[in-house]
Design a protein. Structure first.
Lengths: 140, 386
């Protein structure tokens, strides 16, 4: 079984914000990278993590999080580009920090690489045609 | 071997003319030279699909019973001008919605109309003896209107400066989101496809030139606002043309959604992507020489858009080949470049115009008059208060 990499969005209920949860993820032998987090005691918190590891460990990890009352969403597509609205202008590529959104220099069509996407959401506001919608507006 | 537009039209009619897109012509010229191209090519199609704020539509709604002299007009919640005759209006592309702000404005109304959608028209009036009605609320489509045409006072900019931001804060501008510390560079001209860069001396494009406007038939109505003929000879011998603009007009009923797009520039406002295609007849070898100029010989300056001034600082002169490569060097650092106008759509327009010229559904016109030469552009002097 090979290693894979997924991006997940966690929602922390207000009463869980002060619990040491992320630190326990180490137990599942997963590499993790916090891409974005907004956690504060007493309010609903959100966090976006990039996880790397085996399927088996993912399952264990996700089961643990759910047990702790953390809502988990697995992002298979971080942003959805509405094909019919996109005019391939390239304005989004000006703000994409990771190069996930790039212009094909032959066809001048916009290309998107999910693996490189950091879920920052900058492209959503930068798109003049409003063709990019986030998978989950809550994470923006 | 000079040719007139009429002669080329005759050749097109007989199915004997050769039409190339600007990119195809550039390629052939680099391989076979200008002279050969001038002999073989009859028309070159140019195009651009970029954000053109100075755009809008003139609409006539027809008269209600009893009639109204509309003085305050809103379409889908976007204000339209009430200072024309009873049921005429002008809706500007950049007008924000009363409640929707920059997410739905004048350009969106125009886009919806061209898409055939029903729009909500509300108008009020003080009422007069001949126009007794004081209020109207109704729904109407483009097909119901008597006239509906785009009249865009400034389109098809010959060449536009590229933008960067030297300050330490992100700037949200009409040149897109500019990252601090010269974090990116944006540019908005279609380079070797740009109509006015391919006829920089305005030898064939004039008042009355038939064009493709948003996929439909349109015309060059006049010089565009702020038009100025700037021509700078660069040290390497290349010319840097910039500044000229066109006022364009065209029937909305023939336009296609594919070639028009309402847009929102974050933190800036509403604008409209307008598709323009202009055929350039190869009247002689000099014309072909201008048509053959490629992206590595077409330049623009990168200006600092971080500071709000009409005298922006120019950081660097770059070619469109450099801009399109994806990065340029600024202050010894590699900076990412991003286009704002759609080269993908511009290519489609140039291809479509080529097809229409060849199948006879688009016939070139001889301009009714030359576009005026403008030596300078005036600023606005204020009383000194900020």
């Amino acid at each position: 079984m090979g290693e894979k990499q997924i991006k997940v969005g966690l929602t922390f209920p207000p009463d869980k914000a002060d619990k040491p949860i992320v630190t326990h993820l180490v137990r599942f032998d997963l590499g993790f990278n916090i891409l974005k987090a907004y956690i504060s005691p007493g309010i609903l918190g959100t966090m976006i993590l990039e996880l790397k590891g085996s399927d088996e460990n993912f399952e264990k990890c996700l089961a643990y999080l759910e047990e702790e009352g953390i809502q988990v969403k697995v992002y298979t597509d971080s942003v959805i580009r509405y094909e019919e609205k996109c005019i391939h202008c390239g304005a989004c590529t000006a703000v994409c920090p990771s190069g996930a959104l790039v212009m094909n220099r032959e066809t001048w069509e916009l290309e998107f690489d999910m693996d490189a996407c950091l879920l920052c959401g900058h492209c959503v506001r930068a798109c003049p045609a409003r063709a990019i919608k986030s998978f989950d507006d809550a994470i923006l | 071997m000079a040719k007139t537009i009429e002669e080329i039209n005759e050749k097109l009619k007989k199915g004997k003319a050769v039409v190339f897109t600007a990119e195809e012509a550039v390629k052939m010229a680099s391989e076979q030279g200008v002279k050969k191209c001038a002999e073989q090519i009859d028309v070159v199609t140019t195009a651009t699909f970029g954000a053109m704020c100075s755009s809008g539509a003139i609409l006539n709604f027809g008269h209600s019973e009893p009639p109204i002299r509309m003085s305050s007009i809103s379409i889908n919640g976007v204000e339209a001008y009430g200072g024309l005759a009873a049921v005429d209006t002008y809706i500007g592309a950049t007008q924000p919605g009363k409640t929707t702000g920059i997410e739905y404005g004048g350009a969106h109304v125009i886009e919806d109309l061209i898409a055939g959608k029903e729009i909500e028209l509300c108008a009020t009036s003080a009422g007069t003896d001949c126009y007794t009605r004081t209020e109207v609320h109704t729904k109407i489509k483009l097909a119901d209107m008597n006239q509906a045409y785009l009249f865009n006072p400034r389109n098809a900019y010959q060449n536009y400066s590229a933008a960067t931001n030297s300050t330490n804060r992100t700037k949200r501008t009409y040149m897109g989101t500019l990252l601090p510390g010269m974090g990116n560079v944006t540019y908005s001209t279609s380079g070797e496809m740009s109509p006015l860069l391919k006829d920089p001396k305005l030898r064939t494009i004039g008042i009355g030139t038939r064009i493709l406007l948003c996929g439909g038939e349109g015309y060059v109505a006049y010089e565009g606002t702020q038009a100025v003929n700037k021509a700078e000879k660069l040290p390497g011998g290349d010319m840097l043309y910039s500044g000229y603009t066109l006022a364009l007009i065209g029937d909305m009923k023939g336009m296609r959604s594919e070639y028009i797009k309402a847009a929102t520039f974050d933190g800036y406002g509403v604008t409209m992507y307008v598709g323009v295609g202009i055929p350039i007849p190869v009247i002689d070898e000099d014309m072909m020489a201008d048509l053959a100029v490629s992206n590595d010989h077409i330049y623009t300056y990168i200006y600092d858009y971080g500071i709000s001034t009409r005298n922006k600082t120019a950081f660097k002169l770059v070619s469109y080949a450099q801009l399109r490569s994806g990065e340029v060097e600024l202050n010894g650092k590699k900076v990412r470049t991003a286009p704002l106008s759609s080269l993908y759509k511009a290519r489609k327009i140039a291809e479509e115009l080529k097809g229409k010229l060849l199948d006879g559904s688009f016939v070139m016109t001889v301009p009714a008059a030359k576009l005026p030469h403008r030596d300078k552009i005036n600023g606005l002097e204020t009383d000194g208060r900020l």
